[in-house]
Design a binder for this molecule. Structure first.
Ligand code: EPU
Length: 424
């Protein structure tokens, strides 16, 4: 197994190009199952998770090839509808094939994901929604077996909580249902807008993009399509936070500033200088003036609120401030796994339930240590901390990072960081 080694304390200068969004690529790749023909997806990041979903759709009969960041996926011959525990346990988003398989083949058997490091993460909203569309779902031997009658039937579905993948799964199921489906209290994350754009390119009839009520008028046929994956807002946010933590002057290109309203506001409040152009963000934090970093509170919310996927990284930044801040996690019940590791680097953090109080110890407050990655975003908070800390940080289990950050080592190296991989 490999570990990531960081010699910290170097500021970050230069420019870095942001990759396509993991959490958009996964549902869009799943959506190719909906229609025969060759689909083209551009700006697809080459990550452990995108490779996992490609091998999954490959098992179902899809044939794909990659040229640079463009994927060509031929879904003419989809005949298998079962997804094993081995795949789902490595990536929960595997459940995203349920909606497309129900639409295309009328049945799907997918292993039920268990809990994971950040919470229980049930998929009851997905299942309840499918049942409203006329699907019979049985749970046996750890698998959900879902079967529809002749056709899926449009209905009104209310989400108790605006689940991201739940909304995506129901959208993909409903596009070819008979009649109209209305998703109420639907998630509004930009990745859902990206999926809707692809489905519309395929011939779907959808209203309400960007709102919490999405209306889908079922169509009888869909065709293959060409779609661009949106820039990864979480990768963008992680680099912005890293520069704020380590100091420096960096331009992030190929990104979408409009997708990060909460983070950009919080970074400015904390003392970073931010300037925005159409598809780039520049951030400047004078390394000599990092003691001016202010403690700023955050509370994770659904989009456009502060994203839970950037909570851990912001906490790492706040450990270097000269103030105190309160961090509230409202999306997942167990998303403070990074706290114990950050403490090993000198951070002063107290948690109580879903809240954490961070007492900043100033820009020189962290020192490098051996730490353990527990999930994708917790790992990236350790990278942020390692870049700002004095001395050497070693992060084990970096396969977590490889799930969501394309070319992390070379991108950080290009900004002047000393980062490399070593065998454990
Ligand atoms: N929930 C339920 N029942 C459901 C679905 C969700 O109770 O059927 C609960 C969850 O347990 C959680 C909350 O609702 O407490 C929100 O979960 P959601 O369904 O929105 O999360 P998700 O769709 O499983 C996606 C991202 C996550 C991101 C969350 C929140 C993908 C592939 N994953 O997960 O990304 O944290 O939305 O924005 O899109 C990551 O990239 O590191 C990551 C974890």
């Amino acid at each position: 197994m490999e570990k990531l080694v960081i010699e910290g304390g170097r500021s970050l200068y230069g420019s870095v190009a942001i990759s396509g969004a993991k959490n958009a690529a996964l549902p869009l790749i799943a959506a190719t199952l909906l229609a025969p023909g060759t689909h083209v997806l551009r700006n697809v990041p080459d990550l452990r998770d995108t490779r996992t979903i490609l091998s999954l759709i490959g098992e179902l009969g899809a044939v794909w090839s990659r040229e640079g960041s463009t994927l060509f996926i031929d879904c003419s011959d989809i005949s298998y509808c079962e997804v094993s525990y081995d795949l789902v346990k490595t990536m929960r988003a595997s459940v995203l094939v349920l909606g497309p398989l129900l639409s295309r083949l009328g049945r799907a058997k997918v292993s039920l994901p268990g809990g994971c490091a950040i919470g229980e993460r049930p998929i009851n909203f997905h299942i309840n929604g499918f049942e409203k569309l006329g699907v019979t779902c049985n749970l046996e031997h750890g698998y959900v077996e879902a079967i529809r009658g002749d056709k899926l039937k449009g209905n009104t579905i209310y989400f108790d909580f605006p689940s991201v993948t739940g909304t995506e799964n129901l959208l993909m199921a409903a596009v070819r249902a008979e009649g109209t489906t209305i998703l109420k209290n639907a998630a509004r994350e930009p990745e859902i807008g990206n999926l809707i754009d692809m489905l519309v390119n395929m011939g779907a009839d959808i209203e309400g993009r960007g709102s919490d009520q999405i209306t889908i008028h079922g169509v009888s046929r869909l065709r293959s399509s060409e779609t661009d994956i949106i820039p990864d807002r979480i990768e963008t946010g992680t680099y912005l936070i890293a520069v704020a933590a380590a100091g420096g002057d960096t331009k992030l290109t190929n990104c979408e500033p409009k997708h990060l309203p909460a983070l950009l506001g919080k970074l400015s409040e904390a003392g970073a200088e931010i300037s925005i152009e159409q598809s780039s963000i520049s951030i400047r934090m004078d390394p000599e003036k990092r003691d001016g970093l202010t403690g700023v509170d955050i509370k994770t919310m659904v989009y456009p609120g502060y994203p839970t996927d950037l909570q851990a990284q912001f906490m790492a930044l706040m450990t270097l401030s000269s103030g105190i801040c309160l961090i509230k996690e409202t999306i997942f019940e167990n998303r403070f796994m990074h706290v114990g590791e950050l403490r090993r680097m000198g951070a002063r953090i107290q948690t109580e339930g879903h809240s954490a109080v961070v007492t900043g110890c100033g820009p020189a407050g962290l020192s490098g240590a051996r730490v353990m990655a527990t999930d994708l975003r917790a790992s990236s908070s350790l990278v942020v901390a390692g870049l700002a800390a004095s001395g050497r940080t070693e992060i084990s289990r970096i396969y977590h990072l490889e799930r969501g950050y394309e070319n992390l080592v070379s991108k950080l190296g290009g900004l002047g960081a000393r980062v490399w991989k070593e065998n454990e």
